[in-house]
Design a protein around this ligand. Structure first.
Ligand code: ACO
Length: 376
C-alpha cells in the first residue's frame, strides 16, 4: 500500500506542462511565462490560445481564435428556454453549473473526445459561459436579455451583457487581467476534478460541470464571495483588528488567506492588490481597499510566520466589486477564466490518458457476522 496523504497533499498525480507553481517562492508561470508578464502584456484570449496550444499565437492566429470565439457567443435556443424555467432565486453558481451541463444536450456529438472535437467544444463552452451568466443575471432581475455583441472581446462583452452598456476601457482591461490571472493554477481542486472526470473518457460537458461544482466551495473559488461578505460586515478600518482577532480566537479561518501550495505571497494577489487599489481610487471605493490592507496587516502579524498570506481571492473581491460585479457573480466570473484552464487540462489529460483511480486505506472492521433484520 502506497503512503497515505490526507487530502492528497504532496501527492503528484500526473505531469503537466500548463502551469508551474513554486509555493515557497511565490512563483506562478503558465508554460514558463511568469504570470505578471501575462497579466501586463497578454489578453485572456491570447492566454487561452497559449494554454491550449503550448505556444503564443501569431497575429493572424490570434485574430482567427478571437473571431471563432465571438461567432459562438450566442447560446442554443433550447438552453435559453431552460434558463427561463430556473428559479430567479437560484444562486448563479448553481445556475451556471446546470446551464453548462445543458449545453451538452444541444450538441449532436456530445461524447466526442478526440482532440479536435474537444477543442471545438471547449471553444463553444468558453464563448458561452459569459452569456449564460449575463443572461441569468438579466433574467433574474426581470430585464430583457442583453444579446452578445460580436464586435467586443470576451471581457468587454461580458460586462456589456451584464449591465446593458459598454464598459470603460479601464473596466474592460481590469476584467481581462482578472481572467488572465485566474485562468490556470496547477492541480487545484476544480482542475483535478475536471481531469478525473475526463480521464474516464467521459465528455467535456461533464468535466466542466463537475469542475464548476468544485469551484463553488468556500475553501476554493467560493472564498472571494466570503471575503466580500467579511469586508461588508466590518464597519470601518478601525474595526478590522478586533474583527480578525475575534475570529482567530474562535479558530475561524479568514477567507482569502492561506493556500495548500503557497507558503509565500500568492503572486496573483500581488497583481490584484495593485489593480484593486487603482480601481478603488477610480471608483470611490478606497475605504474597502483600506479595510483590506488593514486585515492583511493583522494577518501578517499573526499568521505570516505560519506561511499564511493573502491568496488570489482576497484582493479579487475588491477588484470585482469596483468593476461593478454583484457579489454572487464573483465566483461565477472565476468560472469564465477557469473554463480556459479546465479545458486545457482536459486536452492535456486525454493527450496521454490514464484513468485516475487511487486506493483508499480501509480502516473498518473485517469478518463481521451478518445479523438478520429480526435480531438487530
Ligand atoms: N485563516 C486562519 N488560519 C488559517 C487559514 C486562514 N485563512 N488558512 C489556514 N489556516 C491555519 C489553519 O487553522 C491551520 O492551523 P493549525 O495548524 O494551527 O491547525 C493551518 O493554517 C493549516 O491549515 P489547513 O486548513 O490545514 O491548510 P490547507 O492546506 O488544508 O488549507 C485552505 C488551504 C483550504 C485554502 C485554507 O488556507 C483555507 O481554508 N483558507 C480560507 C479559504 C480560502 O481563502 N480559500 C481560497 C484558496 S485559493 C483558491 O482556491 C482559488
Amino acid at each position: 500500500m502506497a503512503a497515505y496523504s490526507k487530502g492528497l497533499e504532496g501527492v503528484v498525480a500526473a505531469q503537466t506542462k500548463l502551469s508551474f507553481i513554486d509555493g515557497e517562492k511565490g512563483v506562478l508561470e503558465y508554460i514558463g511565462i511568469p504570470i505578471g508578464d501575462l497579466a501586463t502584456h497578454s489578453t485572456f484570449e491570447e492566454t487561452v490560445f497559449f494554454l491550449w496550444n503550448g505556444r503564443l499565437p501569431k497575429k493572424s492566429e490570434l485574430s482567427d481564435f478571437e473571431s471563432s470565439l465571438r461567432a459562438r457567443y450566442e447560446i442554443p435556443k433550447g438552453v435559453e428556454d431552460l434558463l427561463h424555467t430556473l428559479p430567479k432565486t437560484a444562486e448563479p453558481m448553481h445556475a451556471v453549473r446546470t446551464l453548462v451541463s445543458s449545453l451538452g444536450l444541444h450538441d449532436p456529438k456530445p461524447n466526442a473526445i478526440d482532440i479536435p472535437s474537444l477543442r471545438d467544444k471547449a471553444l463553444s463552452i468558453l464563448a458561452q459561459v459569459p452569456t449564460l451568466l449575463a443572461y441569468f443575471h438579466n433574467y433574474r432581475q426581470g430585464k430583457a436579455l442583453v444579446r452578445p455583441d460580436k464586435s467586443m472581446g470576451l471581457a468587454e462583452n461580458f460586462l456589456y451583457m451584464l449591465n446593458g452598456k459598454k464598459p470603460t476601457a479601464a473596466m474592460t482591461k481590469a476584467m481581462d487581467v482578472c481572467l488572465v490571472l485566474h485562468a490556470d493554477h496547477g492541480f487545484n481542486n476544480s482542475t483535478f476534478t475536471a481531469r478525473v472526470l475526463i480521464s474516464t473518457e467521459s465528455d467535456i460537458y461533464s468535466a466542466i460541470t463537475g469542475a464548476i461544482g468544485s469551484l463553488r466551495g468556500p475553501l476554493h473559488g467560493g472564498a472571494n464571495e466570503g471575503v466580500m461578505k467579511m469586508l461588508n460586515q466590518i464597519p470601518t478600518v478601525a474595526d478590522c483588528e478586533k474583527f480578525i482577532q475575534d475570529k482567530l480566537a474562535k479558530k475561524d479561518k479568514i477567507p482569502g488567506f492561506g493556500h495548500r501550495i503557497y507558503k509565500a505571497y500568492d503572486p496573483r494577489a500581488t497583481h490584484l492588490k495593485v489593480l484593486a487599489k487603482q480601481l478603488a481610487q477610480d471608483t470611490g471605493n478606497m475605504p474597502l481597499f483600506e479595510k483590506s490592507t488593514a486585515i492583511e496587516a493583522v494577518m501578517n502579524r499573526e499568521k505570516a510566520a505560519k506561511g499564511i498570506y493573502p491568496n488570489v481571492d482576497f484582493y479579487s473581491a475588491t477588484t470585482y466589486h469596483c468593476i461593478g460585479l454583484p457579489l454572487d457573480l464573483f465566483t461565477p466570473s472565476f468560472v469564465i477564466a477557469r473554463a480556459g484552464g479546465w479545458s486545457a487540462h482536459c486536452i492535456e489529460q486525454l493527450s496521454d490518458n490514464r484513468l485516475f483511480r487511487p486506493d483508499a486505506d480501509y480502516t473498518g472492521p473485517h469478518a463481521v457476522a451478518y445479523v438478520g433484520i429480526d435480531k438487530r
